[in-house]
Design a protein around this ligand. Structure first.
Ligand SMILES: [Zn+2]
Length: 143
């Protein structure tokens, strides 16, 4: 079963889940460059595809920076990822070449691998996510 746990930024930090260290480069390998291309180019493909609304390297860098420095942490069987719930939709999701939904978050995968780390928009709106540790509703922040 595919279970995912989410941790708010405060709990992620106090638990030391992931070091908040910006990768040296987001265009370090052909793997990374391929992933950026995939998630900024709308193609008619089968299955799921998520596309950033803005395809500029600056916007992409900004999404990764926000996620790494201030994002939530998602833990599943593949490892730990940064999740940043964006103020405005960072992109859209497509299924089989058709528009599916607006994305509300950015996922940074392979955050500790300098040649594989990359980001893509995701729709994590339903069901609402809660912090596994403090039960805070995400993306709400502590007051
Ligand atoms: Zn928490």
């Amino acid at each position: 079963m595919n279970t995912r746990d989410y941790y708010c930024p405060d709990c992620a930090n106090s638990l030391g889940l992931l070091p908040r260290k910006m990768p040296p480069s987001l265009f370090n390998s052909s793997y990374q460059i391929g992933k950026v291309e995939k998630h900024t180019t709308l193609t008619a493909t089968s299955g799921w595809l998520s596309i950033f609304t803005s395809a500029t390297p600056e916007a992409y860098h900004g999404y990764v920076l926000s996620a790494v420095l201030s994002g939530c942490v998602e833990v599943d069987q593949k490892g730990k990822q940064f999740i940043w719930f964006a103020d405005t939709p960072p992109g859209i999701t497509h299924k089989d070449g058709q528009y599916h939904a607006s994305a509300n978050a950015v996922r940074v995968v392979w955050p500790e691998n300098d040649t594989k780390v990359h980001a893509y928009p995701v729709d994590l709106s339903t069901p609402p996510k809660r912090c596994t540790s403090c039960d805070r509703l995400l993306p709400q922040v502590a007051s």
